[in-house]
Design a protein around this ligand. Structure first.
Ligand code: FMN
Length: 364
């Protein structure tokens, strides 16, 4: 099969063997201390045929945690556990970046040091539910970050990126999507600040820009990607920015000046129709000017077309990678895809995680 989707390319500093990325997928199987499960070694190795694995969202700090059993990259034990994962993926010929996460207001006092309030651009409580390990609860009322705390947050991203490299990752993806901390700053619906991080589009996009700039300075711009989701509402709660096209278009152009490895866009609402029709993602791609990874609801046919027409450099698949460890091979052969039961998405052990067979029925 000689379609471009299956051909190698280069994304920043990374030579990838095909143009299929594994989208970041939270699976909530880490320890209470945020150490990745040993099962993650097999899970990611089984999927190393992807040109690029974007590992699940990973907390940059204790403060950045919003969901129980998600991994972190702020302790030595976490770095060591991740090192075993990246070794396995590299051993299988894959490439892997780590998604850097701070949830902002999507946290709960029970997950914070000393029961502290979660932090956010503004003190506006989120309406949806967060996972606490034993059950779900509404995120706690957040407090607005002081302006002089922001350099410390940027430092946490830099430290996390540096640790990610020490753990063997080929690079990082700055998670500025899905209504988490950085996206909360971008959207005027969640940012009511009056300092240099609020108000104008330039001010609201400043934190994402400064984080990417600082992380790029620390580990090299060609090892830093960034994820945006202009028309995602998270699980239905966070309102859009009042001008998504203008705001995210401006940000994409601004990020383009940093010559990052890639821009990765969630082109619509997760688990809903591909919303690309309502938003011009190609305008973002052009404003950014570098490699572009497209995601959300892509099928084999849509991916082949996007790559063949030059609308994307890679296509990221999320849910299809859960039940199809050999997704690349299945797409290559146009074989049927297995579907994963929803109960297996978050939490639990090996079942629904590392036990999906390959197409021929053999263990992955
Ligand atoms: C179980 C699950 C976990 C997810 N975790 C993350 C995550 O950690 N970080 C992120 O940016 N997106 C996350 N997403 C969104 C996916 O990366 C992706 O954008 C979405 O599933 C749409 O792509 P798809 O249609 O190919 O599945 C998650 C989605 C699912 C279904």
């Amino acid at each position: 099969m000689d379609e471009l989707l299956f051909q190698p390319t280069t994304i920043g500093a990374m030579a990838v063997r095909n143009r299929i990325a594994m989208a970041p997928l939270t699976r909530a199987r880490a320890s209470a201390e945020g150490v990745p499960s040993p099962l993650a070694i097999d899970y990611y190795r089984q999927r190393a045929e992807a040109g690029l694995i974007i590992a699940e969202a990973t907390n940059i700090s204790r403060q950045g945690r919003g969901y129980a059993l998600t991994p972190g990259i702020y302790t030595d034990a976490q770095v060591e556990a991740w090192r075993r994962v990246t070794d396995a993926v590299h051993g299988a010929g894959g490439r892997m970046v780590l998604q850097l996460w701070h949830v902002g207001r999507f946290s709960h006092v029970s997950l914070q040091e000393g029961g502290a309030a979660p932090v956010a651009p503004s003190a506006i409580q989120a309406g949806e539910q967060t996972f606490l390990g034993t059950g779900f609860d509404r995120p706690s009322p957040p407090r607005a970050l002081e302006t002089d705390e922001i350099p410390g947050i940027i430092e946490d991203y830099v430290a996390a990126a540096t640790r990610a490299r020490a753990a063997g990752f080929d690079g990082v993806e700055v998670h500025s999507a899905n209504c988490y901390l950085l996206d909360q700053f971008i959207r005027d619906s969640t940012n009511r600040r009056t300092d240099r991080y609020g108000g104008t589009v330039e001010n609201r996009t400043r934190l994402t820009f400064e984080v990417c700039e600082a992380v790029a300075a620390a580990i090299g711009a060609d090892r830093v990607g960034v994820r945006l989701s202009p028309i995602t509402r998270s699980a239905g709660d966070t309102p859009f920015d009042s001008d998504p096209q203008g705001t995210y278009g401006y940000l994409a152009a601004r990020l383009g000046t940093l010559r990052l490895a890639y821009l990765h866009c969630v082109e619509g609402q997760t688990r809903a129709d591909n919303g690309a029709a309502h938003f011009d993602f190609q305008a973002l791609r052009k404003a950014f000017g570098g490699a572009y990874i497209a995601n959300n609801g892509y099928t084999r046919a849509l991916a082949l077309e996007a790559i063949a027409q030059g609308k994307a450099d890679m296509v990221a698949f999320g849910q299809p990678f859960i039940a199809n460890p050999d997704l690349v091979e299945r797409l290559r052969r146009d074989a049927p895809l297995a579907t994963a039961p929803r109960e297996a998405f978050y939490g639990g052990g090996a079942k629904g995680y590392v036990d999906f067979p390959k197409l021929d029925g053999a263990p992955a």
